[in-house]
Design a protein around this ligand. Structure first.
Ligand code: ADP
Length: 354
């Protein structure tokens, strides 16, 4: 076998070093490219709306909501226009079933274009919701104010000539002022609960003691309304890490509703039990029940179910919204079951070991 002599001189060494250098530069560039892709992906994933990054004319990356728009021709056209002109392009494009999206394409460095989509229908819905909310709140505030104005005018016109009418007007004014205060208190509580700075003040709480206190607090009212009130707890309920005043507010609100919407002769029962790692507190009544059509909405702000019979019942439609927010802040949930004419059960579930 002939010997093979490989000549390896300074020229070859230089070529080898240059090759290695090139490889290292290529590997470095690939690594930088991957790092940049990861940074972009994290940014896109953090955006709360559909977003895509175009490299040239090609959609290179997207967040999960944006992925569905990769092949959308108008989105590609807007991205292309931003790339060609170097300007930020803003355009509204129709989407499925009456929805509309606003597309914003921003030309970046290195022929990259960032495309973001805003769901105009959702934004419009939110605006409509707040307009409606403000209208409803204004209406709720205006009604007692009108009554107060009317009776105050009567008091000043007639003076104390008719003592009976005088004291009736004073009572109505006091009642309406109380209603206004309750409404404003509820609105302030809701604003506090919805503020990003809101935190629970948790401590170890004996739930049995809290429920006993709440039931005792409304027992006179239940008796005055001719309702049987009882408390039924399984022994050995764990101590829970709760914001005690807020949790008590939830239970009192459910009790207050049960007493309001149950005619005399009915019964209201509070029970608590441990089930599958959750503590379930139920407030059950044998009252008028809630129409099935209204059930999905009763936790919404200012929503009050239609009442087909019975005397008008005072309320603002904010109590359940507040109760649900407090339940969720604790990692729990408030649910309802109701049958018209037979009664309603609200169940508050709380994690046994939060
Ligand atoms: P409100 O101040 O009107 O009681 P809530 O937010 O506490 O407001 O309740 C919303 C609506 O849910 C009430 O207006 C009522 O129609 C219905 N509701 C709540 N609890 C009961 C109940 N225990 N029985 C029947 N209807 C209820």
């Amino acid at each position: 076998m002939p010997d093979v002599i490989v000549y390896f001189g300074p020229l070859e060494l230089a070529a080898l070093l240059a090759g290695l250098g090139l490889l290292a530069a290529l590997a470095g560039a690939a690594w930088q490219e991957r790092a940049a892709r990861r940074r972009w992906q994290a940014l896109l994933d953090g955006l709360p709306y559909p977003a895509l990054l175009f490299a040239g004319s090609r959609p290179a990356q997207a967040n999960s909501a944006g992925a569905a728009w990769r092949t959308h021709l108008e989105v590609q056209a807007v991205a292309g226009e931003a790339r060609r002109t170097g300007r930020t392009i803003l355009r509204t494009i129709p989407a499925v079933e009456g929805q509309a999206f606003q597309v914003r394409a921003v030309r970046l460095a290195r022929a990259e274009t960032l495309v973001m989509l805003e769901d105009l229908t959702a934004a419009g819905r939110q605006q409509a919701f707040y307009r409606n909310f403000i209208q409803n709140v204004s209406h709720e505030l205006k009604t007692p104010l009108t009554v107060i104005q009317g009776h105050a005018a009567q008091l000043s016109e007639r003076g104390a000539a008719d003592p009976h009418a005088w004291s009736a007007s004073l009572r109505i004014i006091a009642d309406e002022a109380k209603r206004l205060t309750q409404l404003v208190d509820n609105l302030l509580t809701l604003a506090r609960l919805e503020s990003p700075a809101f935190t629970l003040e948790r401590a170890a709480v004996n739930l049995a003691g809290l429920l006993e206190e709440a039931v005792l607090q409304v027992s006179d009212l239940a008796e005055a309304r001719g309702l049987a009130l009882s408390l039924d707890m399984t022994p050995g309920l764990p101590r829970l890490n709760l914001d005690r005043p807020r949790l008590k507010q939830v239970v009192l609100n459910l009790l207050d509703n049960a007493l309001k919407y149950t005619p005399a002769g009915g019964a209201v029962t509070v029970s608590a039990r441990l089930e599958a790692g959750q503590v379930l507190v139920a407030v059950q009544d044998t009252g008028e029940g809630i129409p099935a059509d209204d059930l999905p909405f009763i936790f919404e702000k200012l929503y009050r179910a239609r009442r087909t019979r019975g005397r008008p019942v005072e309320g603002s439609g904010l109590g359940l919204t507040i109760a649900q927010q407090i339940a969720r802040a604790h990692g729990g949930e408030l649910t309802v079951q109701s049958e018209l004419g037979r009664g309603t059960t609200f169940t508050l579930s709380l994690p046994a070991a939060p």
